[in-house]
Design a protein around this ligand. Structure first.
Ligand code: SF4
Length: 208
């Protein structure tokens, strides 16, 4: 099954979310608890795309509510966005994990999962029509901009966004995924967080 066959024409976000709940376009739906669709301001000027839901998000059905999500919320506010200003989602809508005992350990989604799930994030971008799409980390970059871009090399600068769901004026910005900051050694984490805030501040200033 191709996810695009589930997407109603001219669908708004509630219709998309409801359709995505039934998606079985790749095997990730099976062990996961539920589809975790995007959330936030449906008319946001800025749409942030991460990798996939984590353990907490999978259980609650809401993106960016676990430890990395809390860090991102703090960084978004510190960068100058008001409450409820942005829309957040993921490139892949089901949690990919490996069971180790009772623990569910995050596994990076594979190219086939990113490809299979692409119609959903494209439809979200088309429905929200943001001015800027922020790619948080390598999976979002691969899903939306392709494999020529690298987070380390290309982060922090506004660029044209030619990806799925784009309109002619849409721009993109690449930055680090907040979970990568949580994995940094103690002595690097503060700088990692400051760099994320600085990248997001570029976006906030551009849409102010
Ligand atoms: Fe569908 Fe995406 Fe879930 Fe795969 S990860 S089943 S494509 S919603």
């Amino acid at each position: 099954m191709d996810a695009s066959t589930l997407i109603p024409a001219q669908a708004d976000l509630p219709a998309l979310k409801s359709a995505a709940d039934r998606c079985t376009a790749c095997e990730l739906y099976e062990p996961a608890t539920q589809t975790v669709f995007g959330s936030g301001n449906p008319q946001a000027k800025v749409l942030l795309v991460g990798e996939q839901p984590g353990d907490v998000e999978d259980q609650r059905g809401v993106p960016f509510v676990g430890p990395a999500g809390k860090l991102l919320q703090r960084a978004v506010a510190e960068a100058g966005f008001g409450p409820g200003a942005v829309y957040v989602t993921n490139a892949v809508k089901h949690f990919r994990f490996e069971l180790r005992g009772k623990r569910r350990i995050h596994q990076t989604p594979q190219p086939e999962h990113i490809r299979a799930c692409n119609p959903w994030v494209a439809a979200e971008i088309a429905a929200v029509r943001p001015q800027i799409v922020v790619c948080l980390g390598a999976t979002a970059v691969k899903a939306l901009l392709g494999s020529t871009y690298r987070v380390t090399k290309d982060r922090g600068a506004l660029m044209p966004y030619p990806g799925p769901g784009a309109e002619p004026e849409t721009r993109a910005l690449i930055t680090i995924h907040p979970s990568a900051i949580l994995r940094m050694p103690d002595d690097a984490r503060e700088q990692g967080y400051a760099d994320l805030v600085a990248d997001l501040a570029v976006v906030a200033a551009a849409v102010a």
